[in-house]
Design a protein around this ligand. Sequence first.
Ligand code: NAD
Length: 458
Amino acid sequence: MKEDIQRLISVQRQTFLSGKTLPYEARIRALEALRSAVLAQETALKEALHQDLGKASGEAYVSEIGMVLKDITYAKKHLKTWMKGERRRTDIGNVPGKSFTSPFPYGVALIMSPWNYPVYLTLAPLVAALSAGNTAIVKPSELSENTSRVLEKMLDEAFAASHVSVIEGGVETAQALLEEPFDHIFFTGSTRVGRIVMEKAARHLTPVTLELGGKSPCIVAADADLDRAAKRIVFGKCINAGQTCVAPDYVLVDRTVEKPFIERMMHHIRAFYGDDPLENDAYGRIVNTHHFKRLHALLEGQTIVTGGENDPERLKIAPTIVTDVDATAPLMQEEIFGPILPVLAFEHLDEAIATIRSKPHPLALYLFTRSKTVIDDVFGRCQFGGGCINDTIMHVANPHLPFGGVGESGMGAYHGKAGFDTFSHLRSIVKKPARFDIPLRYLPLSEKQERRIRKILK
Ligand code: NAD
């Protein structure tokens, strides 16, 4: 395996060094090839997503395939501007001259993706890598094996291996890839593996983007529109059966509105998925038995308000709300990554903020309130990747916004221009007239010259 990987990297590096991937037209052609491939394989991708995660067709389109197509359209529209770089002001020491940034691709990129949105989280970084003019080796997750197989076939048909190549495999394959000197590594997955990726990358000084997870909180203040808050939290929690990196992990609700808020959530779970969500095809399943058992164990000894029904055969767990959770319970210690939602009541906003600050910085934070004071208080004291006010997960869909974590939820960002920038090195250039010269800069300096420079630099 090692030799195959090394050969592939070498071939891709040759492609990169040949300059073929650099012109605007080549990048547009690559994006168009990707679009055609996705459209041609849409049915196969949907079938695979259904096999791997029980994703319904509509959900597969809205949260995966459609998102990739949208990213391609956005990148094509803005690519020319992004590639130009930006004019910057010129400092007095460089007058006369012009200053600008000049983005240049890193070279051979490695993209490693998880199983929960296996199409989007593999292809969205690829859109960014190709827009920026890189070649890419893609390692999708072994846990979403049907989707990974379709992705491999699809990308193999659409691209020369010297440009884009998929390597399927599990931990061993990932480890073998991480031994090699890539020019950029873009990793989406758990915080645990993120640490391994960064350690391995450090040996080659390879820059990394880490899109990791964490426990993303919701705060529901007393003045929130409770019905809307409940509906949007249920939506964010139940999509992909809670297996979403930005899913609300737990809710902190003002005690004075706890009861009506939970009642509205129960109403919306029924409205979305009926009286028996396990029988509803629009409701996804847990990825495998290991995760099913892990989630089942998290519920042990908990007070279940609604849900809890499950089917080990079909790996389904109904949307489940849990109250009176002990802060030391595993449910409040690890990322849940499933359809279980602990609701914790607070007396004062300070308590909610203290709970969030006691944990590693989350990938997302969702705040439901109408009060600017509450927003300022929470935003002024909590660190988190991104989020929404009065909504959940929708910030991810806005290509005008960078998406990424902070601290244990990751580093770096992508989506839209942020993705292009992530896969580019920004060169800083000062352009001078060839002949015109100011003698003052040249050494050695007389005392008089030094005095003049002191005045300029002070
Ligand atoms: P994971 O970290 O187990 O796996 C991700 C990738 O790493 C896979 O390709 C896998 O093959 C590889 N891998 C696994 N173990 C490895 C090891 N020891 N050494 C090297 N590579 C290894 O993550 P997952 O279970 O697939 O995904 C779930 C996690 O991903 C959750 O924590 C979730 O929050 C996070 N996530 C984050 C985002 C984001 O955008 N920030 C998106 C989706 C998921």
